[in-house]
Design a protein around this ligand. Structure first.
Ligand code: ZN
Length: 283
């Protein structure tokens, strides 16, 4: 069972960029949310999600991910899931979540030999990788359920290596390099099939609570983005008209006295008739 803990890497430069949303890519990702998820393996012998998170939570970090998983099922969430993070070095950053798996300290990479995998303790290393794989299956099943994704649909769940093969990610071989190097028999096809299978199996009450908590968090994050005062220039005349006639009211006034109309929030039937009613009274 996966336990997700919020541990936002607020000093990470990608996290900081999302706060200022300097260009349309960040705005688009935040309002739309992710369309799929990329599975990664960290590529360094570091089993602890916390230590990996500390490394990402640094103004000099070059990369960022949404979540980090370790073999006991602890998952650290480093940013809201509707933030645009820098995990795959290509266009998939614009569409996909980045989920990182930690790696056992019973392996090493040979720097002088193209970072070839060195296995120091095969049994221990495999134990780590197999346990983390199954927690990743469970986490991806929850994400697919929460976002309404079909894990078997092309392009929804990808590895970093697959992103590179599709021209939407940098030249990395994770996580398959480790699965293959340790002879686990895992492939991305087995991963997607296991996620689909996990989604069909009845969840325990504990797992359901975890899933509901994740759905709530995703909705809260998404609503927060829609509840700022953002709006398009094309609607300016209509917005002014509605404010002047008193058809629409704001949801709050900020410290500078500026009203927030939450222009991009969906409206309820109750709100719709209220607006029609206010308009009719003005006629
Ligand atoms: Zn990767």
């Amino acid at each position: 069972m996966v336990t997700t803990k919020i541990r936002y890497a607020t000093k990470n430069p990608a996290y900081v960029k999302n706060l200022s949303a300097p260009d349309y890519r960040y705005v688009e990702f935040q309002k739309r949310g992710p369309l799929g998820a990329v599975l990664h393996s960290i590529g360094t012998p570091q089993p602890s999600a916390e230590i990996i998170a500390n490394n990402f939570d640094d103004p000099n970090a070059k990369e960022s991910v949404h979540m980090i998983l370790q073999p006991d099922g602890l998952c650290l969430q480093l940013s809201p899931l509707n933030y645009r993070m820098w995990h795959v070095g290509g266009d998939a950053n614009q569409t996909h979540l980045g989920i990182e798996m930690s790696e056992p300290d019973s392996i090493a990479y040979d720097k002088d030999n193209g970072y070839a995998l060195i296995i120091k303790n095969h049994e221990k290393a495999k134990e780590h990788v197999v346990a983390t794989y199954w927690h990743a299956v469970s986490l991806f099943a929850d994400l697919c359920t929460a976002y309404g994704w079909d894990p078997l649909e092309d392009g929804i769940i990808l590895s970093h290596r697959e992103c590179h093969a599709r021209g939407i990610g940098s030249n990395h071989g994770d996580p398959e390099h480790l699965w293959e190097g340790l002879g686990t028999g895992f492939t991305m096809d087995s991963f997607r099939a296991d996620v689909a299978k996990e989604m069909k199996e009845p969840d325990t009450e504990e797992e359901m609570d975890h899933l509901l908590e994740m759905v709530k968090r995703i909705l809260d994050e998404q609503n927060k983005e829609l509840m700022d005062n953002d709006c398009g220039a094309w609607s300016e005349d209509a917005r002014q008209w509605a404010i002047e006639l008193g058809i629409i009211a704001g949801i709050e006034v900020d410290t500078e006295g500026k009203t927030n109309y939450a222009w991009q929030m969906p409206i309820t039937r109750e709100q719709l008739v209220t607006m029609l009613y206010r308009f009719a009274k003005k006629l």
